[in-house]
Design a protein around this ligand. Structure first.
Ligand SMILES: [Zn+2]
Length: 496
């Protein structure tokens, strides 16, 4: 049984001014093929897939040369047509050259947005199908932020989407993809699928599955999977910062040959979500920067620290709004991580540890980043990047000590800190900080909230509704009509 494995993933913020280029996908370690691709991300999708695939003695895996995430992370906009065609073209050529394959596993995301290709994951599936022929089985894994409609499963057979946000079950969905792909190749599983879109669009900051009603939504999917063997429910929350025609919430259900059951469960899930739409769009309280910093100070005074201030809005990494308020309100023992500013990183590295630092940092990438903010202090040190995605390509971060016990971490690109350990591995001491200010919407809850680390969590965004705002009505959509979605319009009952 010969199975090809490929990876092509991005969560594209189409409102960012900087396109994602072929060069952004090229750095030491990317693109990668063969065994090295199979060894990437051992705790993630590909790791889970490879582990279970290799439990089968008759399975042979081929790692197709694939780009990993761009070095810009999620801090870059539309993928250029040239980049998409270049990588996909090479992957398809290799599939043709090294075939025949009985199956293909595609590690995708679902919120990739490509100039001129409105449904890139469906296009990847279509081109892969074309290369490997109608008899091969195509399976994929997805991120719940995927914007998908029925197109993908017209070309592919199986899709497995992560259920939790933060995304705890990537490895599990990779394992499932392997098990079901092998069974489908053997003819023991014949996928019958149903896809249902729901006109609900939510900013991702609302989608934490650690609390109701999002935890209830996932629980309902889990109950269906538990009571009906061989049934799988995908809940795509959707990603509203990709301005694409298939944005929004989607349910996919797959059964072993029972189309009526797939349809019934998809209808149940969609109906459940639609009835709770008012609760689904209003979960997390979002404070202004000034309010959040004042509340953080109060929480520390009252012994409710450590406090996490999460900037849910920054999409470039360069935003200084929170740093500006930390300085304005004289917050102390505060760790700010990070502000993206490649030239400040270079300057601090050149100056060296212990050198004086006096420089305006961040800002300016676009209006959402705000003004550069002057920081006066000393270079505390230089360290290698500690977040999984930023470690690729050997990025360096620098730490600046300023004010009364504060530390600022500067990075070349947008960084989303999701675990306290990512900060302590820089050599920082947890006992020195009462407040941690980061850029994240929900993923940080993995390490700072679901783990029990921080008793006080404050989500903030700037006063103005910039491109990362949770106030989606401020965004200039071109490929969808916001009023077609709840809560921005009053769409008819999709099950009516
Ligand atoms: Zn996601």
């Amino acid at each position: 049984m010969r199975i090809a494995v490929l990876h092509f993933a991005h969560e594209t913020v189409t409102f960012l001014p900087n396109d994602t280029t072929e060069e952004d996908f090229r750095y030491p370690g990317s693109p990668v093929g063969g065994e090295a691709l199979l060894a990437t991300d051992p705790k993630g999708y590909i790791g889970g897939f490879v582990q279970v695939a290799r439990e089968h003695a008759d399975v042979e895996l081929t790692g197709i040369e694939s780009p990993l995430w761009p070095k810009t992370g999620t801090g870059s906009g539309w993928i250029t047509t040239a980049a998409f065609e270049s990588f996909l073209g090479r992957m398809v050529a290799q599939l043709r050259a090294e075939g025949p394959f009985d199956g293909v596993y595609m590690a995708l995301h679902g919120a990739m947005a490509v100039r001129g290709v409105m449904r890139p994951e469906a296009e990847i599936a279509r081109r892969v199908r074309d290369a490997v022929g109608p008899r091969a089985v195509l399976a994929a894994t997805f991120d719940p932020h995927g914007n998908e409609d029925e197109q993908f499963l017209r070309h592919a057979d199986l899709a497995f989407c992560v259920k939790y946000f933060p995304h705890y079950d990537m490895h599990l969905q990779g394992q499932r993809a392997a098990r079901m792909l092998v069974r489908a190749i053997r003819g023991d599983y014949r996928p019958a699928t149903a896809t249902r879109k729901l006109p609900i669009l939510t900013p991702t900051v609302m989608q934490w599955t650690g609390a109701a009603p999002w935890s209830d939504l996932i629980q309902r999917a889990l109950v269906w999977e538990a009571r009906e063997p061989d049934l799988f429910v995908n809940v795509f929350f959707g990603f509203p910062w990709a301005d694409v025609p298939d944005a929004g919430m989607t349910f996919q259900v797959t059964t072993n040959g029972d189309a009526a059951l797939a349809d019934r469960v998809a209808r149940d899930m969609a109906g459940w979500a639609w009835r709770r739409r008012a609760a689904l769009v209003a979960t997390t309280r979002i404070h202004t920067m000034a309010e959040g910093v004042a509340l953080a100070r109060q929480a520390v005074t009252e012994g409710r620290g450590p406090v996490v201030l999460a900037d849910a809005s920054d999409r470039s990494g360069a935003a200084t709004w929170l740093l500006d308020q930390v300085l304005a309100q004289g917050l102390r023992r505060t760790l700010v991580a990070t502000i993206a500013d490649p030239s400040a990183v270079e300057a601090a590295i050149a100056a060296g540890a212990g050198a004086a630092f006096d420089r305006a940092v961040g800002g300016g990438a676009d209006p959402s980043a705000g003004e550069a903010v002057r920081v006066v202090g000393t270079v505390l040190g230089v360290a290698g990047a500690t977040t999984p995605r930023a470690m690729g390509g050997g990025q360096s971060w620098v730490m600046i000590r300023f004010g009364d016990g504060n530390v600022l971490v500067l990075s070349p690109y947008l960084v989303q800190i999701t675990e306290p350990e990512e900060l302590w591995r820089l050599g920082l001491d947890p006992a020195e900080f009462d407040v941690i200010a980061i850029k994240s919407r929900v993923h940080f809850r993995r390490g700072f909230d679901d783990s029990g680390f921080a008793p006080t969590i404050l989500v903030v965004e700037p006063d103005q509704p910039f491109l990362g705002t949770a106030r989606l009505e401020a965004l200039d959509y071109r490929h969808l009509e916001l009023r077609d979605f709840y809560p921005y319009g009053d769409p008819p009952d999709p099950l009516g």
